[in-house]
Design a binder for this molecule. Structure first.
Ligand code: THU
Length: 134
């Protein structure tokens, strides 16, 4: 696939930073914000929401995919993630799987190593097709 060089990531990054400012991360002290563009032009975002029962904490991406579905679904095309300083962050492994469900291998991610398709961040991904290809 061709990685579009003219896509302006800054507005998406700003949306992720704004989302990060709403994070509830009293246990880790590590706020995270994410934002994505949807194929119909919508944007969606999320922040991490932790819990006193530590293992129940929700990554920022959980909020993002929830908002995606709640606001009409669609496919994610561009995604960015920032830490508490607003710097670009890689999504954790579990969240790459969440993103794969709604963006597939061609979803573009802004990473510290540049713009990469999800297929490079989650090679040989298990996905919806596996459940229907028997
Ligand atoms: N975190 C996210 O929200 N998304 C990621 O992709 C990486 C990790 C959160 C989970 C936890 O609240 C905090 O960062 C520290 O791990």
């Amino acid at each position: 696939m061709t990685v579009s060089a003219d896509f302006d990531w800054e507005p998406l990054r700003e949306l992720a930073r704004e989302a990060m400012s709403h994070a509830y991360a009293p246990y880790s002290g590590y706020p995270v914000g994410v934002a994505a563009l949807v194929d119909d032009g919508r944007t969606v975002s999320g922040c991490n929401v932790e819990n006193a029962s530590y293992g129940l904490g929700l990554c920022a991406e959980c909020g993002l995919v929830s908002e995606l579905q709640r606001t009409g679904g669609g496919r994610l095309t561009h995604f960015t993630c920032v830490d508490g300083r607003g710097e670009i962050l890689v999504p954790c492994g579990r969240c790459r799987q969440l993103l794969y469900e709604f963006g597939g291998p061609d979803l573009l991610l802004e990473t510290p190593a540049g713009i990469l398709p999800l297929s490079e961040m989650l090679p040989q991904a298990f996905g919806p097709d596996h459940l229907t290809s028997k």
